[in-house]
Design a protein around this ligand. Structure first.
Ligand code: ZZB
Length: 260
């Protein structure tokens, strides 16, 4: 699986994370949350970024002034892809739980929300896929849409501020079957009630992928009017050139090779 890994720079840490990290990072260090995505062309519509509240995340030193937040598994994989300077080495300077980072303000490259977006909890984030950090695009990802609705409904329960969740959802891709808000349309059509409707969400994701990727047209950004298949590569290249993203590959046979 070939992901685009995006660099979301921390602008302001949430209090619990700030306490844990005190004295562990050099003054003025740049720290980035690293979501892995298969849909770089949707990055205009990022409204927040998800971590699993009960998952563990490492802060890994990439260069003197540059640190990545992701799962240890992902850091290890990256260290064999030339992303860290030394082969197979991924120095961990600290560890946090996802919940310690809830509320952290990060800069999301390309997002229309240039003031920054918040780190928020998503219970269904898997530790075994990507980087365990997921950037949220509620216009086009049914999982993200269902989670955002749930978070807004139960903001108090989750200990978050409503404004962190309720950012404007802008149209990014137009599709013949679902229009400009593919995720919302599918969530409603399939009567998905919560982020825990995993079976239905799996079906919605499949449909959204097929329709968006093969039949979608960009309605925003530099490649407005172009088919998504073309725009995907162009947007990814733009992000990489700007130093805001890099390729992250994930070997399919990982589980097998681990247990053998
Ligand atoms: C932004 C985005 C916008 C995504 C979209 C999807 C969609 P797949 O096919 O199962 O590999 N993701 C990445 N890592 C994780 C994780 N550890 N746990 C849970 N979800 C994760 O799915 C890859 C997509 O799943 C990634 O691409 C990411 O969300 C999420 F409009 O990033 B995506 C129809 C989907 N649309």
């Amino acid at each position: 699986q070939e992901y685009t890994a995006l660099k979301l720079k921390v602008k302001e840490w949430a209090e619990p994370a700030k306490k844990i990290l005190e004295g562990k990072l050099p003054e003025g260090a740049n720290v980035y949350f690293i979501p892995a995505t298969l849909r770089p062309e949707t990055m205009y519509g990022q409204t927040c970024c998800f971590v699993g509240p009960h998952l563990k995340y490492g802060i890994f030193k990439v260069h003197d002034n540059e640190y990545f937040v992701c799962s240890e598994r992902a850091a290890r994989n990256m260290s064999y892809q030339g992303i860290f300077p030394e082969w197979g080495v991924y120095p961990k300077v600290a560890e946090i739980e996802g919940k310690d980072a809830i509320g952290t303000l990060v800069n999301a490259p390309m997002s229309v929300h240039s003031e920054g977006v918040r780190i928020l909890p998503m219970e269904t984030v898997k530790d075994t896929k990507g980087t365990a950090v997921v950037t949220c695009v509620p216009s086009d990802s049914p999982d993200d849409y269902a989670t955002v609705i749930d978070l807004a409904k139960k903001a108090e329960y989750y200990g978050i501020q409503k404004e962190w969740v309720e950012k404007e959802i802008i149209p990014i891709i137009d599709t013949p079957t679902y229009g400009q808000f593919t995720a919302q349309k599918l969530v409603e059509e399939l009567k998905i009630q919560s982020p825990k409707d995993t079976k239905k969400l799996e079906e919605a994701k499949e449909k959204a992928y097929k329709e968006g990727y093969y039949k979608g047209t960009m309605v925003c950004g530099d490649f407005k009017g172009k088919p998504v298949v073309e725009a995907k590569v162009l947007v990814r290249n733009q992000l990489e050139k700007a130093g805001d993203a890099f390729n992250y590959g994930e070997p399919d046979g990982l589980v097998i090779s681990r247990s053998s």
